[in-house]
Design a protein around this ligand. Sequence first.
Ligand code: GTP
Length: 609
Amino acid sequence: YTPDKIRNFGIVAHVDHGKSTLADRLLELCGAVPPGQKQMLDKLQVERERGITVKAQTAALRHNGYLINLIDTPGHVDFSAEVSRSLAVCDGIILMVAANQGVQAQTIANFWLAFEKNIQMIPVINKIDLPGANIKSVEIQLKNLFEFNAEECLHISAKSGLNVDKVLQSIIDRVPPPNAKIDAPFRAMIFDSYFDHFRGAIAYILVKEGSIKKGDKIRSYQNDKSYDVSEVGIMRPEMVKCTELRAGQVGYIVCNMRTVQEAVVGETLFASETPRETVETFAEIKNVQPTVYAGLFPVENADYETLKQAVERLCLNDPSVTVQPDSSKALGLGWRIGFLGVLHMEVFGARLSQEYDASVILCQPSVEYRAIIKDNETIRKKRYDGQSEIRILDPSKFPEESDVETFLEPMVKVRMIVPNEMMGTVNGLCSECRGERGEITSIDETRLMIMWRLPLAEIAVDFFERLKKLTSGYASFDYEPDGFMETRLIKLAIYINGKEVSEFSQILPVAMARDRAKTLVQRLKREIPRQQFEVVIKACIGTSTKAISQITIQPMKRDFSQLLKGNFGGGGMERLNKKLSHQKKGKERMKMLGNVQIPKEAFLNVLRN
Ligand code: GTP
């Protein structure tokens, strides 16, 4: 294929508007998969379980003499970094909107991502088979918000396949061919990568210039390493070897990259004979900053090394995660990991156990607070490495209050699309969350776009769930970072039988302390099973040990050892054995804090209602 016969495109849309379904249909239409297969591109177990796309996937399609590379992308806000990465490879996108729901918050965010990159967009209205479909109204929204004319819009049903062939034709007609040069030395960009247990790092590349085949010698720019290429191929969507990848094509290469950092996204690969100084590198793919941080620890300290490897390998596949070593009194050696949101964090945990068989404790997440330290050289030098501003990612590193000039908390700009009549409810929720109201725009006669500036801490945990509940699922929501705001923070410390457990402690604005203390101790009571002895849970502010909230878990009523002394007749022994083995299983999931047994789920569950 020459570049003029190649099209590289992506599908972007709000969550659940049907991207993966359209991808399945396109794959069928081009004969890449037999009809009737579902969610071909959602390969990961968590994706299938939750029905969401987490990782962008790629598939090469053949149609009427064209090679069409499809990049499927996730829709949930937490995975927008994946969308940006895919856009770096696409020359055009399908902007898909479900006809029954209309333009949603993520549609708008995706539109602007593509618009800023000057990428050709094809508006597609999906789910027109549904009784609730309102094509006219979606066309009006697309016109008002993005200036798409009704004639440009395709009307399809990804489910039944109606008009999906027109989508293929429009891609050929409207998406420009890749800007690629065949007669030049090899140069390519890594846009994704993952770790294969047998072959090492596998890099997904877009070839910009020249070509690459098995046996070629190449170099990487940032890492400055040399490699012999041992395999090249394309994704259909499963990996298929081929003899050569040429300019304009996307595909994968295997070249004995042993460490995970070598196949970093955005890296430039080039032919070994090209002098490094003359290589044109690719515009850096902007990595999105993490919004929440959480401690990650092995359940058994002995598993630290194995888990370390798993974390590194998973990070290669998910470069939006940041990792720093961390340690905790109760949980031993581990890491503090930065995620793009709470869903992102949960998915990361699920992938560690599903794909790497790792048993982990993920602690409750916290946002990145900052503190400006008083203008006193001695204090700054003595306690804060001479820094004037420090980051506080973790309650155990909370500074002395008397050292701090001001605390800062991260803010976000939130965009919500809600039915007109729900404006009051939504505004109520946002002001409860210490927000500041922004612009309100009308999307059409039934819905409004409402902007708010909110503290990230307020939305990081369950804001979306609350919003969905309040609006019966009619609101959509998206956010982006928006600087920091001065705030008054305190550390809420949790004590279990007199010992501080920093894994449960939290940093939060003063105003939220009392309420949070109460819920936190109640949830801990729910999560910690009765023990042989009494367990007292206290929440205190700062270094004070005076409780602002306290709760007691009564000891177990019947001591198990008493059963032993009792009567074994009538299957009693059998029951006892059963119970003992049950207990043993239970213990594997427990963590000892002092002499108190705590289920590992408790570290995350204390967050949930
Ligand atoms: P994420 O990957 O989570 O972002 O979702 P997605 O956009 O890939 O959506 P997906 O393809 O998983 O579709 C969501 C739901 O909508 C599924 O239950 C599909 O069966 C359904 N769906 C998709 N297209 C159509 C359509 O044209 N008509 C109808 N009736 N349902 C559709």
